[in-house]
Design a protein around this ligand. Structure first.
Ligand SMILES: Nc1nc2c(ncn2[C@@H]2O[C@H](COP(=O)(O)OP(=O)(O)OP(=O)(O)O)[C@@H](O)[C@H]2O)c(=O)[nH]1
Length: 696
């Protein structure tokens, strides 16, 4: 064979080998494809009969030679079956969604007692449609519903005095509502109430709404800046003696309330309504920008109503970002006067950025508390809540519970410990000083004894000399010698006395200086403690007394009510559709609304009344010595003034309303029941269309 022929022969053999290899590769790929298709078709089986038939045909075809021919025939049938199946699936989702909505609505109609449960029921349908489409979510949805249903259909637990303790605590675990959280703390165990083992787990009840809510990105500018001090009556509980009650002061009807606009800081446009002044919400800006803005703003300053006749600004200056907020979270290029609600939301850094730091601090704080059994259990519950992760609003309730814990416990143990240590050191120094004084005194008395014996010796010697004297000149000499000795003893005694006296005086001066410094240390500490106590009693956002303060005040008011046999009303005020305000205008605007409303309501009540922020958009008003008729008149005024409060956003009028539930204390109802009644009344007000008052 020629060289040329060899060359072609080898080339042929090579290409034959290549072809064999690609055939083997092709076959193996086909095999993988066949197996995957078979498995997928088996996995997809069981969804619909039509689809199953197609899949079975597909599997049979896959095992035939030249199965692609069969596939061509099966594919259109498969497509049709899939489309039908998808339609069935959509119908099924819709059906499930409808049924779950109906179930939730029915449960809502059962009007379950705890408010938290009602809220959870209200929130349940909100994300239902979105979740029901994901099969993986279905199980957890059904579990949630089952749990809500169980809670809603459980009988309301008997009041504390009637129910056996074990049953009561089991029921309390199931049904913990808005007010029951309040009863986790001991204020309500007044002497006339039956003693109850406090359910320590009650502190742990995070509002169920908070759990189901998405984490809200928000900045609370007021957190770092304390409010202007409140009148004295709010700081300390009123004394128990009966006080003359001030009449309700009706605001003059012709005074238009100043407008409150939720507009951007640099809004320059003139408000079209002349009687209304524009006020801006605090915008999220860097401190330097903030200063520039403040310099540029109107003479009344930013956030202050433009209405000169307004007695005092309803709003405050914008706050810079908290130091711990990353600056990247702030959009600095937003044009002035162009802050849209979405901008506000976008600018809010998520809580998760700070969560670790905050949670670390809180856990550290809890670890440092020296607590006894019962309180330790509450602290453990709080610790668990923190470890489970918080969002902004859960953080608020955790902080409130922590404040309650600190407030109710032997206050500020550590400070006392330090104080006692210092006191002990100073007492030791004083002890030294006293010892020195004692020493000085004993030295003085030793000197006196020595002087006395010296004098006696000299006098005795003189006596002997006189008795033994034989001639006058020697006697004279002897007497002179003795007298000299006596005079020098007197001198040395005097010197010794003087020295001792000086030492004594110095020690006494030192002692009194130390006493003075101890006194000032103790009054400094006292002032510090009082300040801490005062802070622990106030809500930082609204400046109103908080839940801890409400607990204290309630105890006093209930005692006073019993003592005076007068009437005591309790009202719960809840801003309507507050979530919508947050969602539409941003959480900062929501915060501003709460602050402004709190200020307005506070202005309209008597100094003997007590308004507290219970948490979130919920407020509690105590009206001592007020019958239902007078109470309803006042509450109607608060409701109306809320409705009329001229909030604005971007020049548009924004109406905000409040629903109120009110009830009176009666001898045959426990405090817990009174709260529950007010809460029920509020629920009725919400269900009957909101912006109204209901009483029970
Ligand atoms: N801006 C702001 N929002 C808060 C604060 N505390 C709670 N919230 C929010 O207030 C909202 C309360 O919403 P819901 O409980 O659904 O009640 P609502 O929207 O007022 O509806 P109704 O009470 O039924 O009229 C939730 O979205 C909370 O996240 C706060 O301090 N500031």
């Amino acid at each position: 064979m020629t060289g040329d022929a060899n060359y072609w022969k080898e080339k042929y053999l090579d290409s034959l080998q290549q072809q064999e290899e690609s055939e083997a590769q092709w076959n193996s790929r086909m095999d993988v494809l066949r197996r995957s298709l078979t498995r997928t078709s088996m996995a997809a089986e069981g969804q619909s009969q039509g689809l199953d038939e197609c899949l079975q045909d597909l599997r049979k075809a896959l095992h035939k030679d030249h199965f692609e021919r069969f596939l061509e025939e099966i594919t259109p049938r498969l497509e049709k079956a899939l489309l039908e199946f998808d339609q069935q699936r959509q119908d099924r989702i819709q059906h499930i969604s409808q049924s779950l909505h109906q179930l939730a609505a029915q449960l809502q109609q059962t009007n379950p007692a705890p408010r938290e449960l009602r809220k959870a029921l209200k929130h349940f349908p909100k994300r239902l449609d979105e979740r029901v489409g994901q099969w993986s979510e279905l199980q957890s949805l059904l579990q949630e519903l089952e749990s809500l249903q169980r809670q809603a259909l459980l009988p309301t637990p008997e009041p504390a005095k009637k129910a056996p303790q074990a049953q009561q605590s089991a029921a309390a675990k199931e049904q913990r509502g808005f007010w029951q959280r309040l009863f986790g703390f001991p204020w309500w165990r007044s002497s006339s109430q039956p003693k109850k083992v406090v359910d320590t787990t009650s502190v742990a009840v995070a509002p169920s709404t908070a759990v189901s809510e998405p984490e809200l990105a928000s900045v609370k500018p007021d957190v770092t800046e304390p409010e202007t001090p409140q009148p004295e009556q709010q700081l300390t509980p009123a004394p128990l003696e009966p006080k003359p009650i001030e009449p309700f002061v009706q605001p003059p009807a012709d005074v238009a309330p100043p407008a409150v606009a939720l507009e951007p800081l640099l809004e320059k446009e003139v408000n079209s309504e002349p009687e209304l002044a524009a006020v801006s919400i605090p915008s999220l800006r860097l401190p330097a920008q903030q200063r520039e803005i403040e310099a540029e703003s109107t003479p009344t300053g930013p956030l202050i109503p433009r209405d000169d006749s307004a007695p005092e600004p309803l709003a405050e200056t914008a706050q810079p970002l908290p130091a711990s907020m990353p600056e990247t979270a702030v959009s600095t290029d937003t044009p002035a006067g162009d802050l849209s609600p979405t901008d506000t939301l976008a600018e809010s850094p998520p809580y998760s950025l700070l969560a670790d730091q905050i949670e670390h601090i809180l856990l550290g704080l809890l670890d440092n508390l020296c607590l006894v059994d019962h309180w330790q259990a509450q602290a453990d519950v709080l610790r668990r809540r923190i470890k489970n992760g918080l969002n902004w609003y859960e953080l608020v309730t955790v902080l409130e519970d922590l404040a309650c814990l600190l407030h109710a416990l032997p206050l500020f143990d550590r400070q006392f410990e330090d104080y006692l240590k210092q006191l002990n050191d100073r007492l030791a120094i004083m002890q030294d000083s006293l010892n020195q004084v004692q020493l000085g005194r004993s030295q003085t008395s030793q000197a006196t004894v020595a002087f006395d014996s010296c004098l006696r010796q000299q006098v005795e010697g003189l006596q002997t000399s006189v008795e033994q004297a034989t001639d006058l000149p020697s006697l004279k000499l002897l007497v002179e010698e003795r007298l000299e000795s006596i005079v020098s003893a007197i001198d040395s005694y005097q010197r010794q006395c003087q020295e001792n006296e000086q030492q004594l005086e110095a020690s006494l001066t030192q002692l009194s200086e130390r006493l003075i410094s101890m006194e000032s240390l103790s009054s400094e500490l006292q002032g510090h403690l009082e300040e801490q106590q005062r802070k622990a009693q106030f809500d930082v956002l609204t400046g109103l007394p908080n839940r801890a303060a409400l607990n204290d005040r309630l105890e006093h008011e209930i005692q006073r009510w019993k003592h005076n046999a007068s009437s005591l009303l309790l009202a719960v005020l809840d801003v309507d559709h507050f979530k919508n305000i947050n969602d539409s205008f941003g959480h900062l605007a929501g915060d501003r609304v709460l602050k402004i409303l709190a200020g307005r309501w506070q202005e309209q009540i008597r100094s003997s009344d007590f308004l507290a922020r219970y948490g979130g958009e919920e407020f509690v008003l105590l009206l001592p010595n007020t019958d239902l008729e007078a109470g309803l008149t006042l509450l109607e005024r608060l409701r109306q003034s809320t409705e009329e409060c001229p909030f604005h956003f971007k020049g548009e009028r924004l109406q905000i309303t409040v629903s109120i539930g009110v009830t009176g204390f009666t001898a045959d109802h426990s405090t817990e029941e009174i709260f529950e009644q007010a809460d029920q009344a509020l629920y009725r007000a919400k269900n009957s269309g909101r912006n109204r008052i209901e009483h029970q």
